[in-house]
Design a protein around this ligand. Structure first.
Ligand code: FES
Length: 125
């Protein structure tokens, strides 16, 4: 969840707010931890960047032609802004961006607090 106030020492700047347009995400590495930050309806939400199914990089959800054979020429997966979920680009597991949970399997990945200050995006690790 993103809010505006003073940033603590345990937050790391990862991007500018304008780097993450609505309905998209970025992948960042903070102290060796892979994190995906998504913009769902103007709110920034951060979860582990690795899908709990087979470790796909979740920030690539919605990208075109993500495999080497170019089997997929259209987008695959993506952010559902209304539901605040992301569907994995590999096999479309849908992850809740607020809880990190995949409802069907019951598997869960980490979530991270996000803060915005002066147009910059910070993630707490
Ligand atoms: S790796 Fe994400 S759904 Fe299979």
């Amino acid at each position: 969840m993103s809010t505006e106030h003073e940033i603590g020492d345990d937050y790391t700047k990862v991007a500018s707010f304008t780097d993450i347009p609505r309905g998209s995400g970025i992948g960042v590495n903070v102290n060796g931890i892979e994190i995906a930050v998504f913009n769902a309806d103007g709110e920034l939400l951060a979860i582990s960047n690795r899908c709990p199914h087979q470790n796909a990089p979740l920030y690539k959800a919605g990208d075109e032609k993500i495999n080497a054979e170019h089997t997929w020429t259209d987008t695959r997966g993506g952010v559902n802004e209304e539901e605040a979920t992301v569907s994995c680009p590999w096999h479309l597991w849908e992850m809740d961006l607020e809880t990190g949970k995949h409802e069907v399997s019951g598997k869960c990945i980490g979530t991270f607090d996000v803060e915005i200050s002066d147009g910059d995006v910070y993630v707490q690790v």
